[in-house]
Write a protein that binds this ligand. Structure first.
Ligand code: ARG
Length: 460
């Protein structure tokens, strides 16, 4: 076993065999290659313009970094575990390509500020990807809502049919949730956009670096103000994971509804062949696998958040190798979230709505009883509590006669409350019920159409 050639100056022996499997992060942090190259380019340029390295060396380094980038892009780069991570892999290959000048790139830099910078760049891009995918999903929900502003379905509380709502309104409820998810990623992105480079190992550097210029070259708003914080902070990754977890819970709720809705007991929707699978034993089955997996994967994303929160919670300042555990959690959450969003968008775009089944379900269980009570308040000036009582008695009577409320003869209602007039019949149908929910944010088709117009302005 020989000592590591990148840092082994004071070592005589090499690492234990098991360490070759235990310490390297290259298997996963190769995903930071693009960010690492960008950071190195900005750093090399700054070193030259500050006179810390020569212009000639910087040019040699920059050309060499281009060569490394090309090898990685073409899949020709040999990632080596004995070189631990992406930072040492790139630097070692750079040295092979350009010779001794490569050794000057690491002046005024440490892998600690390097990895913190690379990772911020990666998470920033992940926030942007999440935003794009959320926007596509919202656009699809809004489009489906537009097709179904007046399609009646049961609205539930306690999973009991409560009051009729429209499918368009239901779709827009999810558009609101995913809209807030976009805000959360944008907010996380704003806060993370500060540059650690130039903090070096933990204390800053004695070289006359220009951190402002490096920060701006990498699209950061400013350099981080405290070097100890810069190399050790991972709250930006936690914020990403928190936003991802919340978005995943929204996906999970919607996925859960789809699973219910496509069951033969509900038949509210039919999912396309593209997002369902058959059973290997029961030929009649058509399983909502995609929706179930989206729901199931929520646990992974939350697990990623919990895992990283647990890593960082007891760490002393500044960098510790524990932090190497940050990347896999974020990569896993990002992959999971992005795929789940794409799958959900596909399912929503494809699903066929069974308006008759929705309407029939909405009609079960006297869903317009509240409308009857409201009429008694509005027209007969009853206190709501009394109206609630009278409506309850009328529902009970309708149940005995096995009739819907809007089919119950007026005389039967008058037997319970003599002051009731034929005008009440205008409020007892499902259509009348939803049309009357005109309060701001309500389910009335007119209100839903207004919201769709507003969404049209909010979406790119
Ligand atoms: N692979 C390391 C990580 O992912 C890079 C930083 C290592 N720094 C160090 N001093 N060992 O965090």
């Amino acid at each position: 076993m020989v000592a590591n050639k990148m840092w082994g100056g004071r070592f005589e022996g090499g690492p234990a065999k098991i360490m070759e499997e235990f310490t390297p992060s290259i298997d996963f942090d190769k995903r930071l290659a693009e960010q690492d190259l960008a950071g190195s380019r900005a750093h090399a340029r700054m070193l030259a313009s500050q006179g810390i390295i020569s212009k000639t060396d910087a040019d040699v380094i920059l050309k060499g970094l281009d060569a490394v980038a090309a090898e990685i892009a073409e899949g020709k780069f040999a990632f080596r575990r004995d070189l631990e991570d992406i930072h040492l892999n790139i630097e070692a290959r750079l040295a092979e390509i350009v010779g001794p000048a490569a050794g000057r790139l690491h002046t005024a830099r440490s892998r600690n500020d390097q990895v913190a910078t690379d990772f911020r760049l990666w998470v920033r891009a992940a926030c942007e990807r999440a935003d794009g995918k959320l926007t596509e999903l919202i656009g699809t929900l809004v489009k489906r809502a537009g097709e179904h502003t007046a399609t009646i379905m049961p609205g539930f509380t306690h999973m009991q049919g409560a009051q009729p709502v429209t499918f368009g309104h239901h779709c827009l409820a999810y558009a609101e949730m995913f809209g807030r998810d976009r805000d959360r990623f944008a907010d996380a992105q704003k806060r993370l956009n500060e540059c650690p480079l130039g903090s070096a190992a933990l204390a800053g550097t004695s070289f006359p670096v220009d951190r402002e210029t490096v920060a701006r070259a990498l699209g950061f708003a400013r350099p981080m103000r405290n070097s100890l914080d810069a190399v050790s902070a991972r709250d930006f990754a936690l914020e990403y994971l928190a936003a991802a977890t919340i978005a995943a819970t929204h996906l999970s709720k919607l996925a859960g509804e789809l699973v219910q809705w496509c069951s033969p007991q509900f038949r509210f929707v039919r999912l396309s062949d593209a997002f369902t699978t058959g059973s290997s034993i029961m030929p009649q089955k058509r399983n909502p696998d995609a929706a179930e997996l989206v729901r199931g994967k929520t646990g992974r994303v939350l697990g990623d958040f919990v895992a990283l929160a647990t890593v960082v919670k007891g760490l002393v300042l500044a960098y510790g190798s524990d932090l190497q555990e940050d990347k896999e959690r974020v990569f896993d959450a990002a992959d999971t979230l992005e795929r789940s969003l794409a799958v959900m968008t596909g399912m929503i775009a494809d699903l066929a709505v069974n308006a008759e089944a929705m309407r029939a379900a909405a009609n079960a269980g006297y869903p317009t009883a509240t409308d009857l009570a409201d009429w008694l308040v509005r027209v007969l000036q009853k206190p709501f509590r009394e109206a609630h009582h009278i409506a309850g008695a009328i529902v009970k009577h309708a149940e005995e006669l096995k009739l819907d409320l809007d089919k119950l003869p007026l005389a039967e209602m008058q037997a319970i409350e003599p002051a009731i007039t034929a005008d009440v019949l205008n409020v007892l149908s499902l259509e009348a019920s939803v049309a009357s929910r005109m309060s701001y944010g309500g389910t009335a088709p007119e209100r839903v159409r207004e919201q769709i117009i507003l969404w049209g302005k909010r979406l790119p």
